[in-house]
Design a protein around this ligand. Structure first.
Ligand code: C2E
Ligand code: CA
Ligand code: CA
Length: 535
């Protein structure tokens, strides 16, 4: 039967505990929930007294801290971890990085980093197999000291994790000033579960970590629902009872044998001209500009044919309309809004932008649904470009325009034109359209067949004079019609003899204008003039 030890008992047995190995580490695996691979483990201190049995950190850590024993305990445990890692390497296992906890009292011991470095070198353990965990609360004692220790750890090559992120009220400020490599979010801090307010806070913390380009490990994940929720907001790294309790060395070695390893994703390399820190910092000028002075814009990540929106500005939300919130765009798979064709187009444009390293554009239809507006199909023009890359993960900047109205007008026009063309086939009319800007003429099928015209006639109308379809004698009149149309006449019409046979046709043009009233195209038709037989 275990008995809870008192403060006096802990203090009295401390030296003996270090000597005889009552203090040791358990290892809790950290997993990628999506791939099922291990990304590392956390070493957790245990105290097992031969007489009183297993003791828990919540009892002895505060005692150690208050009696100036924590530094020795932590350095001791660090050595145990190094010995363990070395043992794994020597026995041919693939070791995973192990995180060790640094008490805030350790940080104020001036030779802490030197002490652990000496131990690590003594046991010849590569620095990549050890990760330092500092807590947010360490910053309370003095930001400069923490900052200095962090720099030292980085100089030695340690990955540094921010433990218990979100437990303090000053989380954001701490993150801004301490450049940690990984953030650990503890689910236990967010009561009320992932469904309510807790979920909201967690998702904005994950969001924020993405702005800072820092991977997140969710701790204390006990249920599959929690894990799935974390995955849905883009956090795949998980540590908790769902996967495993903290394990003894032997049990952990079994896990190492069963599971394969994958590294935690390094942060992104952003394009040279961009300052990542400022770019993601919610209070920077860059953010101010992103939010206020550009059009609809988003930052999204692309990996493994999947899109994840990391950030949208208020104009993005406005451009799409529908009274949706930024959160609705960011959460879940953004491709769910796309038509099948739109999805293909978008992904292939993304890939093109990766290849070209330049701005690429596509128009895609998406069906949005909102509480106030029901369902609506919207066409979005996206101009995108790569702004960062980490391994196979790419970061994109995208500007969007809602081009639905433009597209609908085009479709209507296309439909009416098609109807017109069908009608002309039925009614013995030749029809064509002429685009002023390009000097191109597109003839109807009948024109192509009877007059041997290609689908697009360039350099119109000069080309048809050269081909002898229009006669030289009509040149002046015909160019005058074109001039009138280009100057804005609604219609022009008249009779004109065509081809060498001088067959008289009734020709009529209808002008089409853009939204500013500028002529765009002329639709022409020619009908045979049936002369009445002389009696
Ligand atoms: P921590 O660093 O936040 O460690 C995570 C704690 O969450 C561990 O408690 C772990 O056993 C527990 N945990 C893991 N998965 C779950 C889960 O699914 N649900 C719940 N409810 N809890 C889970 P533990 O081992 O009791 O350690 C408590 C704290 O003691 C640690 O919190 C850490 O602050 C401190 N500690 C542990 N080992 C050391 C150490 O070597 N040095 C120092 N200075 N502090 C340590
Ligand atoms: Ca920890
Ligand atoms: Ca923690």
């Amino acid at each position: 039967m275990d008995k809870r030890m008192t403060e006096e008992e802990f203090v009295a047995s401390f030296d003996e505990a270090l000597d005889k190995g009552y203090i040791f580490a358990l290892y809790q695996p950290q997993m990628n929930h999506t791939t099922g691979r291990m990304i590392g483990a956390e070493a957790l201190m245990r105290f097992k007294h031969p007489e009183y049995g297993m003791q828990y950190p919540s009892d002895f850590i505060p005692v150690f801290e208050q009696n100036d024993l924590i530094y020795r305990a932590d350095v001791y445990l660090f050595e145990q971890i190094c010995i363990f890692q070395k043992k794994c390497i020597s026995s041919g296992l693939t070791p995973v990085p192990v995180s060790f906890n640094i008490s805030r009292y350790d940080i104020f011991e001036k030779d802490y980093v030197e002490a652990i470095e000496a131990i690590r070198k003594k046991h010849d353990v590569p620095v990549r197999l050890l990760r330092a965990e500092i807590t947010e609360s360490s910053a309370v004692g003095g930001m400069e000291t923490v900052s200095e220790v962090l720099k030292k750890l980085h100089t030695c090559g340690y990955v540094v994790e921010m433990d218990d992120f979100g437990s303090g009220y000053s989380s954001l400020n701490v993150l801004k000033d301490l450049e940690v490599d990984v953030i650990k979010l503890d689910m236990n801090f967010f009561r009320g579960g992932v469904g309510g307010r807790g979920g909201l806070i967690i998702s904005s913390m994950v969001q924020m970590s993405k702005w800072l380009n820092t991977p997140v490990i969710a701790e204390g994940v006990e249920t599959i629902e929690q894990a799935e929720y974390m995955k849905s907001i883009g956090c795949n790294y998980i540590q908790g009872y769902l996967y495993s309790k903290p394990l003894t060395e032997e049990a952990f070695i079994e896990k190492l044998k069963q599971l394969s390893f994958e590294p935690v994703l390094a942060s992104m390399d952003l394009i040279e001209s961009m300052n990542a820190e400022k770019f993601w910092n919610p209070e920077s000028m860059e953010t101010l500009i992103f939010n206020n002075y550009v059009g609809g814009a988003a930052i999204f990540a692309f990996e493994d044919n999947k899109i994840e929106i990391l950030r949208v500005n208020p104009k993005y939300v406005k451009e799409i309309g529908m009274n949706m919130s930024a959160k609705e765009f960011i959460s879940g798979n953004p491709l769910r809004y796309f038509s099948a064709e739109g999805k293909r187009t978008f992904i292939s444009t993304v890939k093109k932008a990766i290849r070209s390293n330049d701005e690429e554009t596509c128009d895609t239809w998406r069906t949005f649904e909102s509480r106030c507006c029901g369902e609506d199909k919207i066409c979005i023009r996206t101009d995108m470009r790569v702004i960062g890359r980490a391994g196979e993960r790419y970061l994109f900047y995208a500007m969007i325009h809602n081009v639905t109205a433009e597209k609908k007008r085009y479709i209507e026009l296309f439909d009416s034109e098609r109807r017109f063309r069908f009608a002309s086939e039925q009614a013995n009319i030749y029809a064509w359209e002429f685009t002023y800007a390009t000097r191109e003429m597109r003839p109807c099928f009948r024109c192509m067949r009877d007059l041997h015209l290609p689908p697009v006639v360039k350099n119109y109308p000069e080309a048809v004079f050269e081909a002898g379809i229009f006669l030289e004698e009509s040149r002046e009149q015909y160019f005058d019609w074109i001039r009138q149309l280009e100057e804005g006449a609604e219609h022009v019409e008249g009779i004109m003899p065509l081809t060498v046979g001088r067959v008289p046709f009734y020709i009529r043009y209808t002008n089409e204008f853009d939204e500013n009233g500028k002529p765009l195209k002329a639709y022409g038709s020619a009908t045979l003039v049936i002369e009445e037989e002389e009696s």
